[in-house]
Design a protein around this ligand. Structure first.
Ligand SMILES: [Zn+2]
Length: 204
């Protein structure tokens, strides 16, 4: 419950606003991962090798985020992701397509309410490592947990978390795929990557 309150609080502050005084504590990030947890994903991708990621692209404005801009960058105001907005501003991007950034496995797809709204989490196996992409505040979810997706496939639409913000896509990329959803903001960036840097340096 406490965690929920933190999420709610942080997210009601808005993805676009400054100052998250009480950054969520991130504990037990790396300590509890057992070999078995990776083994399950190893098995999944071994059986479905065509869904191993080969490269990545931005989740909006295919290709290359055309027509969109990053309104709140990674670590700006302790932001753990990026806020992708249509160049038209306001809610002009409400309902626009959200694409999988790479081939992967849908590990989570549901409405978390609060400041998160609809969230999709995709696990990517890439160059022998695992990454997660997380898409939040979606208006609609078009994929189901437990299914595979290809790079560029539409997985949902841009939303506003039931009116909590102007429509935008909150995108996170993590190199620890076993972390909890968290609060979207923290001074501790362990397990989180700069999405634009990651996508650009792995776009081919
Ligand atoms: Zn955000």
């Amino acid at each position: 419950m406490k965690q929920l309150a933190v999420i709610l609080c942080l997210c009601l502050l808005g993805c676009q606003k400054t100052k998250s005084k009480s950054a969520p504590k991130s504990k037990d990030k790396t300590t509890t991962v057992s070999k078995n947890e990776f083994a399950a994903f190893d098995e999944l991708f071994k059986k479905n090798p065509s869904y191993v990621a080969k490269n990545f692209d931005f989740p909006v404005g295919k290709p290359n985020a055309k027509g969109y801009y990053n309104a709140q960058k990674f670590t700006e105001n302790n932001h753990l992701g990026e806020d992708w907005n249509g160049r038209g501003g306001g809610n002009s991007d409400l309902g626009d397509a959200v694409y999988a950034i790479g081939n992967g496995y849908v590990n989570f797809a549901e409405n978390l309410g609060g400041g998160w709204g609809n969230v999709i989490r995709i696990v990517h196996q890439y160059n022998g490592n695992y990454y997660e992409s997380l898409y939040a505040h979606c208006d609609t979810i078009m994929v189901k947990k437990g299914t595979f997706v290809s790079k560029g496939m539409q997985i949902g639409t841009i939303g506003n978390a039931d009116g909590a913000y102007y429509a935008h896509l909150h995108l996170e990329i993590r190199d620890d795929i076993f972390m909890e959803i968290g609060g979207g903001y923290s001074t501790n960036t362990n397990g989180f990557l700069n999405p634009t840097t990651f996508i650009k340096s792995n776009s081919n």
